[in-house]
Ligand binder design. Structure first.
Ligand code: SF4
Ligand code: SF4
Length: 319
């Protein structure tokens, strides 16, 4: 019997999701045994024409990591959608926009100005910036369009499942692959991780007093963090109340607060707004001036509350 065809593709991301597949260690051999890879640019040499030559719907599943930022990424996402029975948005950037999505607080022009013209390390006396078309002595060269906004994968194509995390942990990846191979799949649109908040399984949860109250917000480098105590109770922003469980508390176990890479649970529409409301409920100040002071003490609140999920949020981008 022919093996099911599987594709991996990499859009706007750091490459950590590709590493996560390699991190399957010896389990990757089981995957290689069970499937036929038809596209995996980080590991194997395939061309777009190889995918174009596959019949529509012939690929069992395509795992797409990274947000969509360019016309080329949009084109390949749409091509894979046509060729695949299932699309899995793999990792925070594909699922929610991820950290590249923070660029939605600015726009293409400001990004190009900074990166190619104004950053202190730039030497560019001719002020060259990337163009979609450039005529050279060898002919016309083209580049994909760099969009003004960063998008989630499901803002361009129908997406069947989501594997959350920056990057998704190996146990969730293996479970997802097994579920797909044995057709033991949950309802379409499911995020393949527990549908409860990280705080519910956090091993610091019991250290929380009945009602947490904080009077000031501190940054991680400003305090000696108690490794047993809830971060929020120490006045350190931790997105656990607004974040889905399933990562194995990777950051918490490293004595770092959660930044929300698993995104919200199904009951939460907007992760940043959910966290803001959780935070507001534990700030123990009634005086308006004092409240302003404590809010001002949060460095880059929008950036922290929407660290991984701005393109998927109700805000989507700065207007
Ligand atoms: S806020 Fe953070 S440290 Fe506190 S219980 Fe939730 S996940 Fe754990
Ligand atoms: S603790 Fe939060 S930021 Fe860290 S891996 Fe887990 S969900 Fe992601």
């Amino acid at each position: 019997m022919p093996k099911p065809k599987v594709a991996f593709y990499w859009c706007a991301s750091c490459g950590g999701c590709e590493e996560a597949v390699v991190d399957l260690a010896e389990d990757i051999l089981k995957v290689v045994e069970a499937v036929e890879f038809v596209l995996w640019p980080v590991a194997m040499d395939f061309k777009i024409k190889d995918i174009e030559s596959i019949n529509d719907g012939e690929i069992a599943v395509s795992f797409i990591n990274g947000a969509i930022r360019t016309s080329e990424q949009e084109h390949i996402a749409k091509l894979l959608r046509r060729k695949s029975q299932l699309i899995v948005a793999f990792g925070s950037c594909a699922h929610l926009g991820g950290t590249p999505g923070l660029a939605n607080f600015t726009d293409r022009k400001k990004i190009f100005d900074w990166v190619y013209l104004k950053a202190p390390s730039v030497i560019n006396p001719e002020g060259t910036i990337p163009l979609q078309k450039t005529t050279t002595i060898h002919g016309e060269l083209t580049l994909p369009e760099f969009y003004n906004s960063v998008f989630t994968v499901d803002q361009f194509i129908e997406t069947d499942y989501y594997l959350p995390g920056c990057a998704p942990p190996p146990d969730l990846i293996i479970k997802a692959i097994e579920a797909i191979l044995y057709r033991n799949l949950p309802e379409k649109g499911t995020v393949l991780a527990p549908d409860k908040a990280l705080c519910d399984s956090c091993n610091r949860r019991d250290s929380k007093p009945e009602k947490s109250v904080i009077k000031e917000i501190k940054r991680v480098h400003e305090v000696l963090i108690d490794p047993e105590k809830c971060f929020l109770d120490q006045g350190i922003i931790c997105l656990g109340p607004a974040t889905r469980d399933g990562c194995g508390q990777r950051c918490i176990n490293a004595n770092m607060p959660c930044r929300g890479c698993f995104g919200p649970t199904s009951r939460v529409q907007d992760q940043g707004a959910k966290f803001l409301s959780a935070l507001a409920s534990i700030i123990d100040i009634n005086n308006e001036e004092e409240i302003k002071k404590i809010i001002d003490s949060i460095a880059d609140p929008a950036g922290i509350f929407y660290y991984y999920a701005l393109p998927a949020s109700m805000l989507r981008r700065r207007i």
